[in-house]
Write a protein that binds this ligand. Structure first.
Ligand code: GLA
Length: 392
């Protein structure tokens, strides 16, 4: 059953009435600019046609209890604004992990003095979890729409994204950047989104007519990697601390040119040097790549995606063998313009730009060869860049 129908029918069964509203918030695929959002770099994601769906209604009048049903987990949680502060259900038990995302959004809204009405909600998603497609940001943005709909306030999408990021940073405990929530909140159908993560200015770029975005899921799931993500972010901060002693104007790795970095790289401890080199060069790659995309020079753009993968594999070290196999096969197939892992890494999906005329054949061949090499059945699909979080 499609998640939209699933959340509606589950809502009916659980609450014995129709939901007042249904909303969705998409996942995202990132095409270029990986692990640079928290270094003030540039990212180039698109919202995808897979989303978290939420059916919801205000809680019974007078009740302060929000009741949440997570269809994908077969579980329920219930919280109040008070129990959220201690990350507990109303019965005192710890909130299940999945509930920390909506609870975190409620917490962040409250911190901003926005009202958070008690809610009855059922949600489900067809964004695979732990696959690098931002399922958690899509849950956050779906709940942000729900609470906005039931309140008198209205925030621009970027503000909702920032609150989602705050929830994840300060409530869930993942020190992520702004890219995922931004893409889920601000997606535009048929477009790539180019975000300057320092100024938060953004614009859209077209997906070229004759190019398909193909997402290839290795079906290896990322596990317990928040630590590795946060460690890498810390390494970037350590690099800034050291480099700014030599270059006082440096506030983030975005402010370091490749030349300056090469000149000063022996000041950095080995692992810090590798992580920071990825970031400095990736930001330089996006500076080169954006005009290529604007000019429609998708071949050279694709080469830059390939370079990005190598750097994530060798310098930032967030790839795994299955992602490398998926990328190597893709890059060898006719019609493939560029292929790389997408998202945080450690499992999940690759993003591929492919000539549209051969995209189906590419997907079939990629699936077959990947299964042959890994004995894992991948999921490969042609994705449509989509609109951001909204009522449906
Ligand atoms: C995760 C984070 C993002 C970003 C990517 C890597 O998806 O949530 O903020 O850092 O990893 O580019």
């Amino acid at each position: 059953m499609h998640p939209k129908d699933l959340v509606t029918s589950t809502f009916r069964q659980r609450f014995d009435k129709e939901p007042t509203f249904v909303a969705l918030a998409p996942g995202r695929v990132n095409i270029l600019g990986e692990h640079v959002d928290f270094n003030d770099g540039f990212v180039l994601p698109a919202a995808i046609d897979r989303a978290t769906y939420i059916a919801f209604a205000p809680a019974e009048s007078g009740s302060e209890h929000s009741t949440l049903v997570a269809v994908d987990f077969g579980e329920e949680a219930s919280f109040t604004l008070e129990s959220i502060a201690t990350k507990t259900n109303t019965d005192g038990a710890a909130l299940p992990e999945w509930a920390t995302y909506p609870a975190g959004v409620a917490w962040a809204l409250k911190e901003s003095s926005l009202t958070v009405p008690a809610i009855q909600a059922v949600f489900a998603s067809d964004v695979p979890r732990g696959a690098g497609l931002s399922s958690s940001a899509s849950v956050e943005m779906a709940f942000a729409i729900a609470w906005q709909t039931l309140s008198k306030w209205e925030l621009p999408p970027m503000q909702r994204a920032l609150l989602g990021q705050k929830a994840e940073n300060q409530y869930v405990g993942v020190n992520c950047g702004i890219m995922d929530q931004f893409a889920s909140a601000c997606g535009i159908s048929g477009k790539l989104l180019l975000l300057d993560c320092r100024s938060l200015e953004w614009q859209v770029l077209p997906v070229p007519e004759d190019v398909a975005i193909v997402i290839a899921d290795t079906c290896v799931r990322r596990k317990l990697t928040d630590g590795a993500y946060n460690q890498r972010r810390q390494a970037c901060e350590d690099a800034v601390k050291i480099l700014s002693q030599h270059l006082p104007s440096v506030k983030a790795l975005r402010d370091v040119s490749v030349d300056d970095f090469n000149r000063l790289s022996d000041q950095l401890p080995g692992v810090v040097e590798k992580r920071a080199r990825h970031v400095v060069e990736e930001i330089e790659r996006s500076r080169r790549a954006i005009p290529l995309l604007e000019q429609g020079n998708i071949r050279e753009f694709g080469q830059i995606m390939n370079e990005c993968h190598a750097s994530l594999r060798d310098l930032y070290e967030v790839s795994i063998p299955e992602l490398n196999v998926m990328v190597e096969i893709a890059q060898s197939l006719p019609g493939c313009l560029g292929a790389r892992l997408t998202g945080a890494g450690f499992g999940g999906c690759t993003a591929n730009l492919v000539e549209k005329s051969v995209a189906e054949a590419f997907a079939a061949e990629l699936a077959q060869q990947y299964e042959g090499k890994t004995s894992l059945k991948p999921e490969i699909y042609i994705c449509k860049a989509s609109d951001g979080a909204r009522l449906v």
